[in-house]
Every structure is written in C-alpha cells, then in structure tokens.
Design a protein around this ligand. Structure first.
Ligand code: AVI
Length: 314
C-alpha cells in the first residue's frame, strides 16, 4: 500500500473508532477486522469444523454446477464483488459454458492480485479484467465487456454483514452497475438452530475469538490505542429478533482505554459490537431482492438447508 493510502486508511480507522466507541452501545465497523492477520484468520475460520457456510456453499456450487450453468446460459461476463482468493469464482467459471471474461472488483488492489492470477492460471485465454473500486458505491465496468450478458457474483453470504437497509442499497447499486437485463448469483446463509449458529462464530479452537480480538491489536498498532487484550473476551450471540449472529468484545472489568487523544470508559460486562452476520429465510429472501429491483429466478440449497445460492434477474 502506498504511504498516502496507508495514512488515509489509518485516519479513517481512527475516525470510525472514535465515533464507534463514543456511541452507546459501543460498536466498530466489521470491515476493519480484515488487516493482513485478520484476513489470514478468516481463511482459517473457513476451514473450521463449526464454520459450515464456506464448505456448504462450495458443495452447492459444485454439486449443482450443471443446473446453475444451465440457468445462467452461455457467454456470461462474470463480475465478482470482493473476490477474496478467487476460489469460488474458479468453481463457477469451470461450470459455466464459454464465460466471456472475469472481472474481480475490490477496493484494495493487493487483494485483487491473488484472485486475478488464480483465474488467469486456471483458465488460460479467459480475459481477466480487475477493477479497483469500492463496490458498495456505483462504479464503471470495463468497456471490453461489450454486450456480453452480465452476471454479478457475490458468494459467501457477505451480504449478511450489511445491515438490512445497506443490503438493499448494495443490491440496488449492483443492478445499476451491471445494467438492465443482468443477473446476479449470490450466496445467503439461512436461519437455523441457535446452537449451530453460535458455535460457527465461537469455535472450540478459539480462531474466531482471535479474529475478533485482532481488531483491538489493530487499533493499538494503527490508531495508537492502548487496549489490554487480556481485558476483553469474544462473545457470539444469536439475536432472535433481528435474525443475526452478533460478535461482541466483552470488557472483563471496569477499565479505561486511550485512543485518538481521548479516553473511553468501559464498565465490567460492557461490550463493543464488532460484527453482525444476518441469516435469511428462503421464503422472505425474494422480497429483499425485489426491494432492490431484482427478481429471484432460482434458488439452490443443500440437503440440510443450511445455506442458499440465489440467481437474481434484474
Ligand atoms: C465474511 N463474512 C461472510 C463472515 C460471516 O460469516 O459473517 C465473517 C465472519 N465472522 C466471523 N466468522 C466469519
């Protein structure tokens, strides 16, 4: 990352931390969980026995590849929002008939490199056209897409990390970006037993706890805070009313933390809400999509109905 980008990132982190810790209840935006160590820990989470979403979605994309490819048809220009390591795009592109190109989109150029080179190696000859953009905002697609039918790809139930209004806004903007007549293939985690959900976000090996607490380490390093990591513990709780798993960092004692020239007081048991992961009901998801101008055309799920993959038409 260039010096200026790094400085502006740090300024944004500090501003978000000051406003989030001044709020009641205290909160921090989940996007800051992903520094290099956070990204590494998230990769580890995806392989945990308790964390079913990744392996279930992969099983749907591979097991039902034929039906998915049939519904999408030939020649699609695949535009992936936040491609990670590109592993799911590799599966999708292998299933699709004669995809036209692959367009990974991410705000951080260094995050695009892995996905772009993975797909270039796996599918020689397929044009790979990375776009550096904040995909929660409108952005321009490469002209080279021409008239190829556009397919947005947003796997992983990352949509669940948006508040409901943000999820609708994201879907609406994605439709504007992709254009009329486009489609979108999207992963959405489903509502299920509380115990399964809470274990998925508070695993026995403590990897999710380390992922959550790493946010405090990041604030100490990048925002000059003085959090004592031993003074907090990770908690995952299913919020029945809002149908979301919440991650919180719980203060184990009364304490004061300095950040940005200010002091923030924590009571014993007070929490910082660090992430929400919304879960969906198959019967309600089409209405959410419709509010953003999409029609739910098909849905694929696994035998235990843990996870869903949706094809939306715009
Ligand atoms: C990236 N996102 C979809 C993950 C989720 O399941 O909400 C982030 C995560 N947080 C804890 N474990 C995984």
């Amino acid at each position: 990352m260039s010096g200026t980008t790094e400085a502006s990132q740090r300024a944004a982190l500090l501003a978000d931390a000051v406003s989030g810790l001044s709020a009641s209840p205290k909160t921090l935006p989940c996007k800051w969980l992903y520094d290099a160590e956070g990204a590494r820990l998230f990769e580890e989470i995806t392989r945990l026995p308790e964390y079913y979403p990744t392996r279930t979605e992969v099983a749907i994309l591979t097991g039902q590849a034929e039906a998915i490819a049939e519904a999408i048809g030939p020649g699609a220009a695949v535009v992936e929002f936040g491609p990670g390591d590109g592993a799911k795009a590799e599966l999708l592109l292998a299933a699709l008939r004669a995809p036209a190109c692959y367009v990974p989109v991410d705000i951080a150029p260094e995050w695009l490199e892995g996905a772009a080179s993975r797909i270039a190696a796996a599918r020689p000859g397929l044009p790979v056209l990375p776009v550096v953009a904040d995909f929660t905002q409108p952005f321009a697609l490469p002209r080279r897409l021409g008239t190829a039918p556009r397919l947005g790809f947003f796997p992983g139930s990352t949509i669940g990390n948006f508040e409901p209004a943000e999820a609708t806004a994201f879907l609406r903007r994605a439709r504007e970006t992709l254009g009329a007549g486009s489609r979108m293939l999207l992963g959405a985690d489903l509502v299920k037993d509380r115990a399964v959900l809470e274990a998925a976000y508070d695993d026995a090996a403590g990897v999710t706890a380390a992922f959550d607490l790493n946010l405090l380490r990041r604030l100490n390093r990048e925002a000059g805070a003085d959090f004592d990591l031993a003074g907090f513990r990770h908690r995952a709780v299913w919020n029945t009313e809002r149908e979301r798993v919440e991650m919180h960092l719980v203060s184990l004692r009364p304490q004061r933390v300095r950040l940005g020239g200010r002091e923030f007081a924590f009571a014993e048991g007070e929490t910082i809400h660090t992430e929400s992961s919304h879960k969906y009901r198959p019967e309600r998801f089409p209405a959410l999509a419709a509010a953003a101008g999409w029609r739910a055309a098909a849905m694929w799920t696994d035998p235990a109905r843990l996870f869903s993959v949706w094809l939306l038409e715009g």
